[in-house]
Design a binder for this molecule. Structure first.
Ligand SMILES: Cc1cc2nc3c(=O)[nH]c(=O)nc-3n(C[C@H](O)[C@H](O)[C@H](O)COP(=O)(O)O)c2cc1C
Length: 352
């Protein structure tokens, strides 16, 4: 049976389906609904303090007794000279004024790492899974989490990255194809144009490592999910399709854009956050690309553009989405898990 394997047994899942931890879009209600339906719910901790992380984990635990994945993006201190932001701030001032936002502030944001408070929180609350994006934290953090019995995941965008993650002790690898919505997980400065799509990446990663491989990028219905299992995946991680679920914290402008998405509406760019990420293309992206200005490093650039996203103007909002956005359907998270499970079963049965 496709839905049972060592990974699902280790994590206590009915379905080998992970809801991608997606920053603030992944609410405790979304993660709990997914885990209660037999998938693995994920909470993104992008830029959160340990106190905020604790509240989110507690929110999940109030709603679900099932497994949880807590996720941390890892990035270095965004070093830049203060004057490096001047041209970008001047450029964005036009749109700030057009949207009644006043002066563009100084950029904010620091290093994102799993500091001692976060490690203490994780050791106390013991989520079943801790996952990372953009590589891994220090080896002692991994050792501490693993010795507490926590299962470790991280994403690879190439075979070389998958091998590095395996060497550094991850328990399973997420192979992230270029179709994926959200930030490219790459942590070895691989040029974006050379990164493979999931159809090519997945079987090559499966051949290269011994740990289970989880497929991410473009999986949104039973067809795409079944294809991932046929290519050797032990599970799928689904992001964009969950953005249309009731429980996701997604702005109205973003939901409207997702409902009208097509196969060719997304683009990978670093102009919104400072790191390559896939979004539905709009004026915000076109304007920043045309400016020719170098974005500030993540999260400084994001601190400048995120205020525009708060205005509700679809053309100036970060519309994060993957290439399968048009396959995403509006429903509850529990319905999506059941649909993905049933549709994948039917698809794979057709080939039995
Ligand atoms: C809105 C959004 C936010 C995301 N944020 C994160 C994140 O914080 N951490 C992470 O590991 N992955 C994040 N991802 C990437 C997912 O883990 C995954 O690679 C991707 O969603 C899979 O492709 P799909 O969107 O086509 O399903 C995000 C994806 C989306 C769509």
């Amino acid at each position: 049976m496709w839905s049972t394997n060592p990974l699902t047994e280790r994590l206590g899942l009915k379905w080998p389906i992970l809801q991608a931890p997606m920053g603030s879009a992944s609410t405790p209600a979304l993660a709990a609904a997914v885990s209660n339906a037999g998938g693995l719910g994920g909470l993104g901790m992008w830029g959160r303090s340990a106190d905020q992380a604790a509240r989110r984990i507690a929110g999940f635990r109030q709603q679900s007794g099932s497994s949880l994945n807590v996720n941390y993006p890892i990035w270095p201190d965004p070093h830049y000279a203060p004057e490096a932001s001047t041209a970008m701030r001047q450029h964005l001032q036009v749109q700030y004024e057009a949207h009644g936002l006043g002066r563009v502030p100084e950029p904010t944001g620091e290093v994102s790492d799993v500091g001692p408070e976060h490690v203490a929180l994780l050791l106390e609350t013991r989520p079943e899974v801790v996952s990372f994006h953009f590589g891994l934290p220090d080896p002692e953090v991994i050792r501490a989490l693993k010795s507490a019995g926590i299962f470790i995941l991280s994403s690879a965008t190439t075979v070389a990255e998958a091998r590095l993650l395996e060497e550094r002790g991850v328990d399973a690898i997420i192979a992230q194809g270029t179709e994926a919505g959200g930030h490219r997980a790459t942590f070895t400065a691989v040029e974006i144009g050379t990164q493979p799509g999931l159809f090519s990446l997945l079987p090559q990663v499966v051949d290269a490592v011994r740990v289970p491989v989880i497929a991410a990028g473009g999986v949104a219905d039973g067809r795409t999910s079944a294809a991932a299992f046929m290519l050797g995946a032990s599970a799928v991680q689904v992001g964009t399709a969950f953005l249309r679920c009731d429980e996701a914290d997604v702005r109205d402008a973003h939901r409207a854009a997702l409902a009208e998405a097509n196969d060719a509406c997304t683009v990978v760019t670093d102009v919104i956050s400072g790191r390559p990420c896939r979004y539905i293309r709009n004026n915000l992206i076109d304007d920043l690309v045309a400016s020719g200005l170098k974005p500030l490093p993540v999260p400084a650039q994001q601190s400048l553009t995120s205020r525009l996203s708060d205005t509700g103007d679809r053309e100036w909002t970060a519309l994060t989405a993957g290439q399968s956005a048009a396959l995403a359907r509006a429903m509850t998270a529990a319905e999506l898990i059941e649909r993905l499970g049933d549709e994948t079963t039917r698809r794979l049965r057709a080939f039995a």
